[in-house]
Design a protein around this ligand. Sequence first.
Ligand code: GLU
Length: 307
Amino acid sequence: MSERPADHGSTEVPARRVFRFAPSPNGLLHLGHAFSALLNHDLAHLAGGRLLLRLEDIDRARSTPEFERRIIEDLGWLGLAFDEVPRRQHEHHADYEAALDALRGEGLLYPAFMTRGETRAFAAAFEEREGRIWPRDPDGAPVYPALDRDLCESERNDRIAAGEPFAWRLDMARALALVDGPLGFEDTGGETPAEVAAEPALWGDVVLARFDTPTSYHLAVTVDDALQGVTDVVRGRDLLPSTSVHRLLQALLGLPVPRYHHHDLILGGDGRKLSKSRGDVSLRALGEAGLTPADIRRMVGLGPAPA
Ligand code: GLU
């Protein structure tokens, strides 16, 4: 009988991996969400990990309890079960406030008063005058001109006291100067796993909160992934550029860096990404038309559910 050497190593039980599906309850799930949710489930299952549900409902104008209810029902119909109660972002403002305070304490945030419309007008005037393109962020919006980054304290205070709306923007140049060396993250969503270089500078001075909402998507997702102990972020490739901002925030806030898996998107017949706002067919409508969860798995290119 061959004897295995006694293991005198650490008695620590390796931590279970934690995955999460994080829909925004501002519409019904479509096939793209179904793919993401099922892939999270399958990968968590194969890894012996846990799967969490997070409802990204900070946009109070568009999120509704009705969409939330229907999303949870549709996920149940797909056969997905989640560990823990779902985390609703709007119930955790204090966590985002704490992160904002930490960044503010480092002098990395400033109140920015230019609206989206004013930023677009600034970019158009620049392009007209200079005959060259004003930079766009990865979402295609003009990068914030940051004309008010260096306002003096008293002018800032006067404008805030006068009730002028503003956003808390990250001073990107200062933030990059604070972090140690280039940032990267692991992405297993491509053909081969790759170490991807983060490029947060492409976003310019991103919005991290608004005067009346203590967070933006970027801040909430980064804080929540850390607080929920998420080790594996599995989400669509459309969010790959955003991961650069999340990676920077992790470095600034001293948060752990999950493994990323940016998966392919399910495209509509016209080759475009499915979208709730364009009224792409919902998972619910497919179910009502007689398709089964097994049909949905096939439609998104997944084999039978792992046993
Ligand atoms: N709430 C985002 C969405 O529905 C997903 C965010 C994420 O997975 O990080 O598109």
